[in-house]
Design a protein around this ligand. Structure first.
Ligand code: NAD
Length: 332
C-alpha cells in the first residue's frame, strides 16, 4: 500500500503531521510518498502541481491531503478539482457525527448522518467562460454521474438505517430533475426508503432536526455548502473529515481549508485530519480504525483540546495524545 502525503499550505502543514503520527502508531506496513503541492509551491516554482506530481499520485493507492490556499491567478486550475477528475474520485463522503461531550451551535449531539456529494460534475464541471461583462459556468448533470453516486449512497444506506434523503433544487434548476429521477430509480432498485428535499429547506431542516437524517445524497456544490454548514452542528470546522472515493483510488482530506488566519500558530485542530486517518483505515478494511474514536474520546476527557473547542493544547499535543493512546492499546 502506497500513500501520497500532501500537507499543502497553511494549517495543512500542522494537521497532517499530527495525522501521520497517529497513522504511524498503528504500525502498519505502508509506504509514504511526500509531495509538495499548492500555493507555496506555486510561489516558488510558478506551478501548484505538475504532470509528474499527478503521475506520482497515480502510482499510489491513496492520498492523505491537508489543504491548499487558492492561487490568486485567473488561469490557476484548482489542484483539488484536477486530482478529483484525474483519479475519478466521484463520491465525496462527509460524516457529520458529534464527538463525545462536544456540541455545536444547536447544543445537541443526538445525530449521526453522512453527506454523499457527487464530486465530478455539477457546477464544478470546470466548463466556463470568464469575460468582463459576462461570465458563466456550465452545470453538468449526467445519468452516469448521478447513477454511480446514487448507487454509492444506497449501498451506504443499506449498511446503516436503509434511509436516504435526496437533496436537489429541481423546482428551479431543470438539470436537477435528472439527478432526482436517477436517485429515485436507484433507491427503488436497492429497496432503500427515501425522501427528497429542496436544498434550501434542507439547510434549515439540518439545523433544526439533524437527527432525522442518515444518508444524504446531493450534487457537488450543494454538498460542499451543506457539509461546511454542518461543521457548525458538530462544533468546529476542525472536526469534519472527508473521503473522496473512486473505483481505484481514495483521497482523504479534512473539510476545512488552509486557514491563513491561524496558520503557523500551532492552534489548529487536527481532529478532522485524524478522523481522515480513520476513514483511510476503514477504506483499507482495518478493524482497528475504531481505536481512533476511543483515542479521541480519551483526549477529550483529559481536556487535551485545541482553542476552537475551548482548550489550550497545541495541534501537536493533541496528535501526540491520540497517537500515544493508540500505541498503548493497539493489538494487531
Ligand atoms: P478555512 O476552512 O480555511 O477557514 C474558515 C475558518 O475556520 C477560519 O476562521 C479558520 O481559522 C477556521 N478553521 C478551519 N480549520 C480549522 C481547524 N482545523 N482548527 C481550528 N479552526 C479552523 O476557509 P477559508 O478561510 O475560507 O479558506 C482559506 C483558504 O483555504 C482559501 O484559499 C480557500 O480557497 C482554501 N480552501 C482550501 C480547501 C482545501 O484545500 N480542501 C478547502 C476550503 C478552502
Amino acid at each position: 500500500m502506497k500513500l501520497a502525503v500532501i500537507e499543502g499550505d497553511g494549517i495543512g502543514r500542522e494537521v497532517i503531521p499530527a495525522a501521520v503520527e497517529v497513522l504511524g502508531a498503528f504500525g502498519l506496513e505502508l509506504e509514504k510518498v511526500p509531495l509538495e503541492l499548492g500555493y507555496a509551491r506555486w510561489e516558488r516554482t510558478g506551478t501548484a502541481m505538475s504532470e509528474e506530481d499527478l503521475d506520482t499520485i497515480k502510482s499510489c493507492d491513496a492520498v492523505l491531503f491537508g489543504a491548499v490556499t487558492t492561487v490568486p491567478d485567473p488561469s490557476y486550475k484548482s489542484v483539488l478539482l484536477t486530482i478529483r477528475k484525474e483519479l475519478d474520485l466521484y463520491a465525496n463522503v462527509r460524516p457529520v457525527k458529534p464527538l463525545p461531550g462536544v456540541t455545536g451551535v444547536t447544543g445537541r449531539n443526538d445525530f449521526d448522518f453522512i453527506i454523499v456529494r457527487e464530486n465530478t460534475e455539477g457546477l464544478y464541471s470546470g466548463i466556463e467562460e470568464i469575460g468582463p461583462d459576462l461570465s458563466w459556468t456550465k452545470r453538468v448533470v449526467t445519468r452516469k454521474g448521478s447513477k454511480r453516486i446514487a448507487e454509492y449512497a444506497c449501498q451506504l444506506a443499506k449498511k446503516r438505517s436503509d434511509k436516504l434523503t435526496i437533496v436537489h433544487k429541481s423546482n428551479v434548476l431543470k438539470s436537477d430533475k435528472l439527478f432526482l429521477d436517477v436517485c429515485r430509480q436507484t433507491a427503488d432498485a436497492y429497496g432503500v426508503e427515501y425522501n427528497d428535499m429542496l436544498v434550501d429547506s434542507m439547510a434549515y431542516s439540518l439545523m433544526m432536526h439533524p437527527e432525522k437524517y442518515d444518508v444524504v445524497v446531493t450534487t457537488n456544490l450543494f454538498g460542499d455548502i451543506l457539509s461546511d454548514m454542518c461543521a457548525a452542528l458538530v462544533g468546529s470546522l476542525g472536526l469534519v473529515p472527508s473521503a473522496n472515493i473512486g473505483k481505484k483510488y481514495a483521497f482523504f482530506e479534512p473539510v476545512h481549508g488552509s486557514a491563513p488566519d491561524i496558520a503557523g500558530k500551532g492552534v489548529s485542530n487536527p481532529l478532522a485530519a485524524i478522523l481522515c486517518v480513520k476513514m483511510l483505515l476503514e477504506w483499507m478494511e482495518k478493524p482497528e480504525s475504531r481505536l481512533i474514536d476511543d483515542a479521541i474520546a480519551d483526549a477529550l476527557k483529559k481536556k487535551v483540546i485545541t482553542p476552537d473547542l475551548g482548550g489550550k493544547a497545541s495541534t501537536s499535543e493533541v496528535g501526540c495524545a491520540v497517537a500515544k493512546y493508540i500505541r498503548e492499546n493497539c493489538i494487531v
